[in-house]
Design a protein around this ligand. Structure first.
Ligand code: NAP
Length: 324
């Protein structure tokens, strides 16, 4: 038996129950892993609230790090005792231990602690594909990145600086602005008190930016399009304020032949080769010291409702882990 979080209905943080579950033995292609640390991500709130549907009852959580305890038939790349981490489906990382497919695991280099791995696999690999693949950021580019003091945001500020780009970050408070700047943002806009479209135009001398990374959705989507220069790229990768309203494709033409993509990590790590290359690039940038993973909140797994309330209440900065 192990403690785990289960939901039998969707709703607010209170629907998450801390229960005993039978973990069992791994089947073909599976391993049993004992978690040392579990990552908290905004996507977990979407599954909990029902914005992203899944059959119920269900587990939650897509990211953790720990040690392999048992290996099922046909698993040759991993053995008992391996230090591993993962980011992705199936949900169920909010647990002391679980049985899961081996094919989304990566081995952890000795220099990466379990806490750091649990905090960075999902957010860090997301930043990797956003900045290095969806739109490959070049030295001298000016880019707009919303929620720059969040988990994804602080990693993006540092990685963009390492790539030689000028990152304009948006945040909702002066404290978050200072944090984003300290991590490499060139300019910071408080989008609660300032008009971010006007400020981006001012900062870029009226030209606009090459790319916008927008994880806010409803509250920022159209404004983000207005920040782009002709033939710029709109990367809509989240819904922290709710899903963006439907819009006419012709809006892309009237703003200057814009590009729009709605990417997700799974589509960039769907083969072993893609997953290993993305993780290796993340490990390298962290090992080099160019990106440090800021774990600014830790909660006991049983207190996950508080963690969700704080994340959705915009009280967190950087990354958050749950301790089983
Ligand atoms: N597509 C992908 O592959 C992928 C992968 C990972 C994450 N994501 C998305 O990336 C985003 C960031 O994820 P994260 O885990 O690192 O979270 P996070 O950025 O640490 O937290 C979300 C932040 O969004 C901002 N925000 C703006 N409006 C908000 C609202 N109405 N309610 C709550 N927050 C609001 C807040 O920062 P301010 O207070 O500064 O505004 C808040 O701190 C999420 O939208 C997530 O779904 C997408």
């Amino acid at each position: 038996m192990a403690k785990a979080i289960r939901i039998s209905k969707t709703g607010g943080p209170e629907v998450m129950e801390y229960v005993d579950v039978e973990v069992g033995e791994p089947g073909p292609g599976e391993v049993r892993i004992r978690h040392a640390a579990v990552g908290l991500n905004f996507i977990d709130c979407y599954f909990r609230s029902g914005l992203y549907p899944q059959p119920l009852p269900a587990g939650l959580g897509q990211e953790a790090a720990g040690t392999i305890e048992a290996v099922g038939a046909g698993v040759s790349d991993f053995k008992v005792g391996d230090r591993v981490a993962y980011a992705g489906r199936p949900n169920g990382a909010y647990a002391e231990a679980r049985v899961m497919p081996a094919d989304i695991l990566v081995k952890l280099p000795d220099a990466i602690s379990f806490d750091t791995a649990a905090a960075m696999m999902l957010q860090g690999m997301t930043v990797q594909y956003l900045l290095r693949q969806t739109y490959a950021v070049q030295p001298g580019d000016t880019i707009l990145f919303h929620a720059a003091a969040g988990g994804i945001g602080l990693i993006a500020c540092q990685w963009a600086r390492a790539l030689g780009a000028n990152l304009i970050g948006t945040v909702s408070s002066d404290e978050k602005a200072a944090l984003a700047k300290a991590h490499g943002a060139t300019h910071v806009i408080n989008y609660k008190t300032e008009n971010f479209v006007e400020r981006v135009k001012e900062i870029t001398g009226g030209r606009g930016v090459q790319v916008v990374y927008d994880s806010i959705g409803r509250d920022t989507f159209i404004g983000s399009l207005d920040c782009l220069r002709p033939r710029g790229m709109m990367v809509s990768f989240g819904n922290s304020s709710g899903p963006a309203a439907p819009f006419a494709v012709s809006e892309l033409a009237s703003r200057g032949s814009l590009f729009l993509t709605r990417p997700s990590l799974g589509n960039y790590t769907s083969t072993r080769a893609e997953l290993e290359a993305t993780a290796a690039d993340l490990f390298a940038v962290v090992n080099s010291g160019q990106v440090s993973i800021e774990i600014n909140q830790r909660y006991a797994l049983k207190d996950v409702a508080q963690a969700h309330a704080d994340l959705e209440g915009r009280k967190t900065t950087g990354s958050t882990i749950l301790v089983p």
